[in-house]
Design a protein around this ligand. Structure first.
Ligand code: ZN
Length: 102
């Protein structure tokens, strides 16, 4: 799987986790679906392609402000919980950040 595909998967897991556990929805609500589709579209167009780090460390910040706020809230909530629910994806994501900082 490519880096971009991995990122898409991680983002999707985080958003679904947030919607299900924080908001208590059984299926993805329209607001969260909007954020997810937006995030996937941004990732598809990411100019860094396969060399990209995680979006948090990205220098471009291609999200429009409103979406960035919503995404930030989701990440803040889902980030720590990812270790519990999706440890492999969470660790891979942290590792990507770690090697980018070297
Ligand atoms: Zn939701």
């Amino acid at each position: 799987m490519s880096r971009i595909e991995q990122e898409k998967q991680t983002v999707e897991q985080m958003i679904r986790l947030y919607c299900r556990k924080k908001e208590g929805n059984e299926t993805l609500c329209p607001q969260c679906r909007e954020v997810l589709e937006y995030a996937h579209a941004r990732l598809s167009r990411c100019p860094f392609g396969e060399k990209k780090g995680t979006c948090r460390l990205c220098t471009i910040h291609c999200y429009k402000p409103e979406m960035r706020e919503r995404m930030r809230e989701i990440m803040r909530w889902a980030g720590p919980r990812m270790l519990l629910y999706h440890p492999v994806a969470a660790i891979r994501h942290l590792w990507q950040e770690y090697i980018r900082k070297q």
